[in-house]
Ligand binder design. Sequence first.
Ligand SMILES: NC(=O)c1ccc[n+]([C@@H]2O[C@H](COP(=O)([O-])OP(=O)(O)OC[C@H]3O[C@@H](n4cnc5c(N)ncnc54)[C@H](O)[C@@H]3O)[C@@H](O)[C@H]2O)c1
Length: 328
Amino acid sequence: MVASPPIKIGFIGCGNIANAHLQAIERIPEIEIVAGADINEDRAREFVQKAGAQAYFTDWRQMLEEVELDAIDQCTPHTLHMEPTLAAAERGIHVFTEKPMATELAECDRMIAACEQAGVVLMVGQVLRFYAPHIEARRIVGSGQLGQVKNVIRRRWSYTKGVSSQPWASDRALAGRWLLYGLGTHAADLILWMTDSEATNVFAMGRQIHPMWDDVDELTIQMELSNGAMALQTHCLNCYASAWDLAVNGTDDSLYVNGETLIVGGEERHVPMQEGGGMYTQMAEFASAVLEGREPEASGKDVRRTYALLEAAKLSMDEGRIVDASQL
Ligand SMILES: NC(=O)c1ccc[n+]([C@@H]2O[C@H](COP(=O)([O-])OP(=O)(O)OC[C@H]3O[C@@H](n4cnc5c(N)ncnc54)[C@H](O)[C@@H]3O)[C@@H](O)[C@H]2O)c1
């Protein structure tokens, strides 16, 4: 289904990240925000006012009923993403959903199938794919300059002082599992996208330090990739010295990315973030895909492998065994 500009979009969830989307969309004339829904009425009203729109709702179902939309932009907590996606697809409405696509692989499959059947775009907010330094790193890995990739490490260690960034982050019913699906989704997707591969054998371990989290706050996922490499993603919410970087080691060379710094061939380069940042490029990609009637970068179908990896990690952590993600 191809829409014509401007794409009339309605937000579901008008909190933190919705406002970042709003800023990005302000630079994209092909998208017009026409409505917003949030269970917090004040937030919904303030958000649509900021967007220069008028229609706000406390129930997204009513928004779908009453407003003529081409697309929805879902910015609600993790476990709430499937139902609006199915309802939108049924109405022929395109879907952009923040990560994680869902916290159960079976739900991801239902979302992918519904959007495919309806012929609408389903794109997931794997925003790290749209960061200029990552795009350059992936180009280098894909060019073969590193030789055969053998080993990848992605670290995201930070110190939250036992305070959740969102009120629902420590509520498993809404977050699924915060570390795995809040932060782990970014790392898992970056590893698979960067190496153009899928995960096979996965082994995950988690530990809990801070009692506030209803889940692990230290997590390490070790995996084998379909290209034969091994990879590790490691997360921590209690680290006094933070780290947020990626290293890729190949038979001929190594690559390291940390923010806008990229080291390859032993040389350090500065690769600046593009104007408008990754969020702008991501939302512009969604708009183009909707207008051109094509599959976007980070389509539901493409990122399914990320959610198979996360599901395997969850099973592995809970059952203490290696899980083959390619069989899920
Ligand atoms: N891409 C990124 O880097 C990034 C960064 C932050 C958050 N996110 C993702 O964005 C999503 C939202 O996170 P956030 O930080 O904006 O959270 P938030 O708490 O700031 O916003 C969520 C909003 O959803 C509303 N909400 C809750 N249940 C609802 C419902 N049933 N219907 C309508 N609205 C409802 C809440 O009232 C709140 O305003 C999450 O999936 C999160 O992982 C992505």
